[in-house]
Write a protein of this length. Structure first.
Length: 112
């Protein structure tokens, strides 16, 4: 799981660089800081989280209103991109959601 998360977050950073908006900046400044400076403890938050239903967590991707919503349930991690700045980065959000699904992370709203 650690390797998948590490790879996923680096892929999100690549997408953020590709879809940076000149008006609003980089959509993942917070994630960049975590992956460069605090990677082990950041990943541990996901891996060591309790396996509970309806206990979701928010992580601010850009230290503002663009968020990664996640939870651990039934032995897997569920993720979505959300927040009030979601509409400011439409290309990044679409590509990021596609990447989450490609890595096997299901939407929180589709708890199968």
């Amino acid at each position: 799981m650690e390797y998948e998360l590490r790879n996923l977050f680096w892929q999100l950073l690549k997408l953020a660089n590709q879809y940076r908006d000149p008006r609003y900046g980089d959509p993942c400044t917070g994630l960049l800081e975590q992956m460069c400076l605090y990677q082990e403890s950041f990943l541990a938050c996901f891996i060591d989280a309790k396996d509970t239903c309806c206990d979701s967590h928010e992580y601010r991707l850009n230290e503002a209103g663009l968020k990664l919503n996640w939870m651990k349930y039934k032995g897997r991690i569920w993720m979505d991109i959300c927040g009030d700045q979601k509409d400011l980065y439409p290309q990044f959000v679409a590509a990021a959601v596609e990447t989450l699904r490609m890595y096997g992370f299901k939407s929180i709203n589709s708890q199968e």
